[in-house]
Design a protein around this ligand. Structure first.
Ligand code: SAM
Length: 307
C-alpha cells in the first residue's frame, strides 16, 4: 500500500510505522514545534514527545498547553536563557543514565533565536548524541514564500534594540549579496523599517512575512521606500509576529554590478582585460565597453594590491 493512502485510510498504521523507527536512548532530541498552526508538527516529533522521559522547554506553561493539545502529558524541565548552563548539567546526567530528553522552544526550531544552543553544545561536549527533529522555522518559511531569487541567504535574527548598535549592524550588511532575514518584534517594526530604509536605500526590495501559518497571515513585497506607508495603511500591521527579508546587494559601493564583477574576477585570472571584457559581455548581456572599464580598474587594483 502506498504511504499517501495510509493517511486517509489507516492513520494508526502510519503512526505505527513511525513508532517502529529507531529512537536511540541516551540522546537529546531537538524538536521543532509549530509557529502558529498546531497541525504543523511532524509525526516523528509527536512520537518523540510521547516517548521522551522528559521535555526541556523554554516556558513550561506554553509547552504544557502544546502537549495537552496532542493528548500528551510529560514531566517538563524549564530551560530558558537564564538557566541553560545549569539545566545542561542536569540533562547530561539524565542522558548518561540512558534517558531520552526532548528539547523544544516556545515556537519553531530551538536554538534559532531561541534558547537551546548552550544545552546542545554541552551535550555534544559530553560525547552524547543530539538528534534533530526538523519542522517549522519562521525564517525558512518566510524565505520560501518571499520570491526573492537568490541561492544565498544570511540569517540576521533580531537586531540590537539600541538604535546606535542596530545602525552599526545594518551598515555592515549593506554590501552583502545574499537575501537577509530579520526577526522583529511588532512594537519595533516601524522604527526598524525606517532604519532598514536608511541603511539599504529606498530602492531595495523588502518582504514582510506576518503571522505565518495563522489566521491573519500576510506576505507583502515592496521597496523599502514604500514600506512605511504599507505598514501605516492598516493598524493591524503593527501587531503580530514578523519576519522581514531584504534583498541582497546587487551593486557595490562604487555602483558596479556585483554579478558582473564576479564574472570578471574569474575571467581575469586567465585572460587579458580585453578578452575578459568580451567574454563577460557575452555571459552577462552587458555592454563590452562598460565591462572593459570595470575590468581595467579591477586589474589596476590587483596590480596595486600585489606590489
Ligand atoms: N526559533 C523560532 C523559529 O525557528 O522560528 C523563532 C523564535 S524567535 C524568539 C520569535 C520570532 O520569530 C518572532 O519575533 C518573529 O520575528 C518570528 N516568528 C515566529 N513565529 C512567526 C510567525 N508565525 N510569523 C512570522 N514570524 C514569526
Amino acid at each position: 500500500m502506498q504511504t499517501e493512502n495510509l493517511i486517509a485510510i489507516h492513520p494508526t498504521a502510519l503512526l505505527e510505522a513511525v513508532a517502529q523507527q529507531s529512537y536511540p536512548t541516551a540522546s537529546l532530541y531537538v524538536v521543532a514545534t509549530p509557529i502558529g498552526n498546531s497541525a504543523d508538527i511532524s509525526l516523528r516529533a509527536l512520537h518523540v514527545l510521547a516517548i521522551a522521559d522528559a521535555v526541556a522547554c523554554e516556558d513550561t506553561r506554553n509547552t504544557a498547553q502544546l502537549m495537552t493539545r496532542y493528548g500528551l502529558h510529560k514531566s517538563l524541565i524549564a530551560a530558558h536563557q537564564h538557566n541553560e548552563h545549569e539545566v545542561a548539567e542536569k540533562i547530561i546526567a539524565r542522558l548518561q543514565a540512558g534517558e531520552r530528553i526532548a528539547l523544544v522552544s516556545d515556537a519553531g526550531t530551538p536554538a534559532v533565536s531561541d534558547p537551546g544552543a548552550i544545552i546542545v553544545d554541552a551535550v555534544r561536549a559530553a560525547g552524547l548524541r543530539v538528534i534533530p527533529l526538523p519542522g517549522a522555522s519562521a525564517a525558512i518559511s518566510a524565505l520560501s514564500v518571499s520570491g526573492l531569487i537568490n541561492d544565498q541567504f544570511y540569517f540576521v535574527g533580531f537586531l540590537p534594540s539600541k538604535a546606535g548598535q542596530r545602525d552599526v549592524v545594518l551598515q555592515n550588511l549593506t554590501a552583502i549579496p545574499a537575501s537577509m532575514i530579520f526577526y522583529e518584534a511588532p512594537h519595533r517594526i516601524l522604527e526598524s523599517t525606517a532604519a532598514l530604509c536608511k541603511a539599504f536605500g529606498e530602492q531595495r526590495r523588502v518582504v514582510f512575512a506576518r503571522e505565518l501559518t495563522k489566521l491573519f497571515e500576510e506576505v507583502h513585497r515592496c521597496t523599502l521606500g514604500d514600506a512605511a506607508s504599507w505598514l501605516a495603511q492598516d493598524a493591524h500591521r503593527e501587531k503580530g509576529e514578523f519576519v522581514v527579508l531584504v534583498e541582497g546587494a546587487t551593486a557595490d559601493a562604487d555602483g558596479d554590478d556585483l554579478e558582473e564583477k564576479r564574472v570578471l574576477t574569474i575571467l581575469l585570472e586567465e585572460l587579458s582585460v580585453k578578452q575578459a571584457a568580451a567574454l563577460a559581455a557575452q555571459i552577462t548581456g552587458q555592454k563590452k565597453n562598460a565591462l572593459y572599464q570595470i575590468a581595467l580598474e579591477m586589474k589596476n587594483q590587483q596590480d596595486v594590491d600585489s606590489k
